[in-house]
Design a protein around this ligand. Structure first.
Ligand SMILES: Nc1ncnc2c1ncn2[C@@H]1O[C@H](COP(=O)(O)OP(=O)(O)OP(=O)(O)O)[C@@H](O)[C@H]1O
Ligand SMILES: [Mg+2]
Length: 370
């Protein structure tokens, strides 16, 4: 049933032509990560970066064509801008000396321009939600983005990206899934959801290394890593085995969360991973009925804490039912409601991260962001 609908959707999309090339969007390979689930259709339409602005009518036409297919209940199409020319794999900021720390194998992920860990000291503060939305925002801004779920015990990506599809294997490599214009991988795509996952420390490290080393990520501008909570094995593996460009710490405004956020900042500093900044999630509550804003947890705590710690405050995100509902439904708000205030807040943080990465690239060429 789902497959037939997917076929019908593809057929419908063949009638949508790119006005510039005259080719239909399917033949032109512009349809990325088509997902059909219970009558809901989602995909990203890839356009060359220089045409991103003028491509809205094409996006709307694709959405209309899909919505008109019998059996389709909703259609969501997002535009992602891609380079016309595939960019050259970019060298790392860390010099060659930093690539192979003593006693370690070669650094993993050599073709990724910048790897950003989204972390927190405390669980449940919204790391995964933030990581997914920031990754989609960066992809919408034209970067080639990977999203790695480093939470081996409690992977979130299958739900947050709305897919339980099995990745394909090609030879020794696993092909990452394509969703919302980004490449994604999670242990949750590889093992049954119901399988209780009992891992010991070394197994966590092994699994994580495979998700980095055996997945055909290809050349990426940025990889966003959704970290598990705390300061354990995964954090250690990540800081030792990949040249992290930096960490983004997510916190809620409560004091307890802030104490843990501080611990998170310290941990990354100890292993010489720069902290790119602090994000305050569930910063304030917006009533879905009247739009009234309430500072439930005393908004602004993270900003003050960032100042104390000498790290940048990257912004606050509201506690909003739509953020949770859309995340649970597998359609991150940045993609599903690109015009919303919340999407704009994620986009602003994504832009600032790009600036910070470009600054950090500094003298040496590393990440190409224009
Ligand atoms: N800004 C927000 N507004 C409303 N709900 C949110 C927001 N951010 C996160 N949530 C919800 O809070 C819950 C926890 O979020 P999430 O899973 O992203 O946290 P986490 O830090 O990754 O958790 P864990 O430590 O278990 O990995 C989820 O149900 C999510 O939908
Ligand atoms: Mg999580």
């Amino acid at each position: 049933m789902g497959e037939m609908l997917e076929q019908a959707v593809r057929t419908a999309l063949r009638s949508v032509r790119d006005p510039v090339t005259g080719q239909d969007v399917v033949s032109a390979g512009m349809v990325d990560g088509l997902a059909v689930k219970a009558g809901m259709v989602q995909f990203a339409l890839q356009v060359p970066r220089e045409r991103a602005r003028e491509s809205e009518p094409l996006r709307a036409a694709a959405e209309r064509a899909v919505a008109a297919v019998p059996g389709v209940l909703s259609a969501t199409v997002v535009l992602t801008a891609h380079r016309t020319e595939p960019a050259k794999p970019t060298p790392h900021a860390h010099g060659p000396a930093a690539k192979t720390p003593p006693g370690q194998g070669a650094m993993l992920l050599p073709d990724v321009g910048a790897i950003i860990a989204v972390a927190s000291g405390k669980g449940g503060v919204g790391k995964s939600t933030t990581a997914v939305n920031l990754a989609v925002a960066l992809a919408m801004q034209g970067l080639r983005v990977g999203l790695l779920d480093a939470d081996i015990y409690g992977p979130s990506l299958p739900q947050m990206l709305g897919t339980h599809e099995r990745p394909r294997a090609e030879g020794q490599s696993i092909i990452p899934l394509s969703r919302w214009g980004l490449k994604a991988m999670s242990i949750g795509f590889l093992v049954e959801q119901e399988t209780p996952m009992i891992w010991r420390g070394p197994m966590v490290m092994g699994a994580l290394e495979q998700l980095m080393g055996q997945v055909a990520w290809g050349a990426l501008d940025v990889m966003v890593v959704d970290m598990p909570p705390g300061t354990g094995d995964a954090q250690l593996t990540m800081s030792q085995r990949v040249p992290l460009a930096g960490a983004v710490i997510v916190s809620t405004p409560q004091d307890v969360a802030l104490i843990d956020a501080r611990r998170g900042v310290r941990m990354f500093e100890k292993v010489n991973v720069p902290v790119l900044g602090l994000i305050e999630n569930m910063s304030f509550f917006c009533c879905p009925n009247c739009g009234h804003r309430t500072d439930i947890f005393g908004h602004g705590g993270a900003e003050a804490e960032a100042k104390r710690l000498g790290v940048e405050f990257l912004g606050g995100l509201p506690l909003k039912l739509a953020i949770r509902e859309l995340a649970d439904a597998g359609t991150p708000i940045v993609a599903a409601r690109p015009d919303s205030e919340e999407a704009a807040a994620y986009q602003r943080i994504a832009s600032r991260l790009r600036e910070k990465l470009a600054e950090r690239a500094g003298a040496g060429p590393r990440i190409v962001i224009d």
